[in-house]
Design a binder for this molecule. Structure first.
Ligand SMILES: NC(=O)c1ccc[n+]([C@@H]2O[C@H](COP(=O)([O-])OP(=O)(O)OC[C@H]3O[C@@H](n4cnc5c(N)ncnc54)[C@H](O)[C@@H]3O)[C@@H](O)[C@H]2O)c1
Ligand SMILES: [Zn+2]
Length: 356
């Protein structure tokens, strides 16, 4: 079991990487003898609900699977349900599922009675390595990814890699894209280590998965601590591949291309664009695309089937932009990403028109 403390925005919480059963006492302490509302989906509950219910009394509420959970109507339903339970603002709400369940639950918890604690028990690789930590919450609105959200740090995060054994291949690979991201932005994980061990991580080696999750969370915790509300550009590195990626998700129709898949294509494009601008070696771009492909991930716009003409406006509308100039995370090579604040939209349009 590994415990990673996170200090962010005036709070401190632990991320426990290890068997859920070992964290029962911590959960019961937070619950203070009351049943804990647990937001989940039918699939996750059917597969793993019993593990959670063995630890403490929980009251599950079900939301649709995947991106469909990140919607106004689900937020309204959740808040109504918390009101019906008459939850007081010191009682925690538990998010038991992937990043979508976590994003929705975190937002509801941040709003309910001006904020009640949220505990994340992430059940996908993506949520364990990334979304459960750091306090970003969101729903999609007006066809835009994460348009409505807040920062709300969790009270506790429990990441048990045993839960990942039931994850289907596509979801697993999508989560692996975020793992690769940490290596590409030069945090903790080394890219050559992933080239060697990626197949073991994907095929289910528990020790390797635990090590990977711990390393990713350690990296994320450091970036979040340095820039909790994504203002100075430090945390923005975690958005590597995401400006392209979010535009791809929106252009494809939210929920069609998985977030991790869109990020994989986005990272490959960020490398290609950086290489085209003379910032990074073409060989690095090729090496990254090869690794993502070997991991079974899409790496080109053609793989996603999106209308490339739709991308630029979506990237232009991206909230990462400041004062009109386009901000993108670009790279000088593997492990050397940086925030470029004055990207020429014309150059980007030209690149997107020709990109693979
Ligand atoms: N808040 C953040 O910092 C942050 C970071 C990265 C991504 N995200 C968001 O996370 C979302 C993607 O999350 P995701 O990739 O976890 O997918 P998801 O939550 O959208 O969907 C997960 C799917 O896998 C199933 N599933 C979950 N756990 C399972 C298990 N253990 N076994 C079998 N099936 C299981 C679910 O039923 C669901 O169908 C996106 O909306 C993305 O924007 C947020
Ligand atoms: Zn992401």
């Amino acid at each position: 079991m590994t415990i990673i403390p996170v200090h962010a925005a005036g709070c401190r919480y632990d991320v426990v990487v290890g068997p859920l059963a070992n964290a029962g006492r911590r959960l019961r302490e937070l619950a203070r003898g009351r049943p804990v509302p647990a937001v989940t989906d039918e699939r996750v509950w059917a597969l793993h609900g019993a593990v959670l219910a063995d630890l403490l009394p929980v009251e599950p509420v079900f939301v649709p699977e995947g991106e469909a959970a990140k919607a106004w109507d689900q937020l309204r339903r959740l808040i109504a349900w918390l009101a019906e339970l008459n939850l007081d603002r010191a009682s925690p709400v538990l998010a038991f599922g992937g990043g979508s369940v976590g994003d929705l639950t975190g937002l509801a918890a941040s709003l309910f009675k001006r904020g009640c604690p949220v505990v994340h028990v992430p059940t996908t690789l993506l949520a364990q390595v990334d979304s459960a930590v750091g306090g970003k919450t969101a729903i999609d609105a007006e066809d835009q990814k994460n348009l409505v959200g807040s920062f709300h740090q969790p009270a506790l995060v429990l990441a048990d890699v045993a839960l990942l054994d039931t994850l289907d291949e596509r979801q697993l690979r999508a989560g692996y894209a975020e793992v690769v991201k940490y290596a590409l932005i030069g945090q903790d994980l080394r890219f050559d280590w992933l080239e060697d061990h990626g197949p073991a991580i994907l095929s289910g080696d528990r020790l390797m998965r635990e090590e990977t999750v711990s390393q990713c969370i350690t990296a994320k915790a450091r970036l979040v601590e340095a820039d909790p509300e994504d203002r100075t550009g430090v945390r923005a590195l975690l958005n590597f591949g995401h400006t392209f990626g979010h535009a791809i998700e929106s252009a494809a129709g939210l929920g069609t291309v998985l977030h991790g898949e869109a990020v994989a294509v986005g990272m490959a494009l960020a490398f290609d664009f950086s290489a085209e601008l003379g910032l990074c070696p073409h060989a690095d771009a090729e090496r990254v695309r090869r690794h993502l492909r070997e991991a079974g991930l899409p790496t080109t716009l053609a793989d996603t089937g999106v209308d490339r003409g739709a991308l630029l406006p979506l990237m232009g509308a991206d909230k990462k932009n400041e004062g009109g100039s386009l901000r993108l995370v670009l790279t000088r090579g593997i492990g050397d990403a940086f925030v470029a604040r004055d990207v020429d939209p014309g150059r980007l349009a030209d690149f997107l028109a020709r990109a693979a």
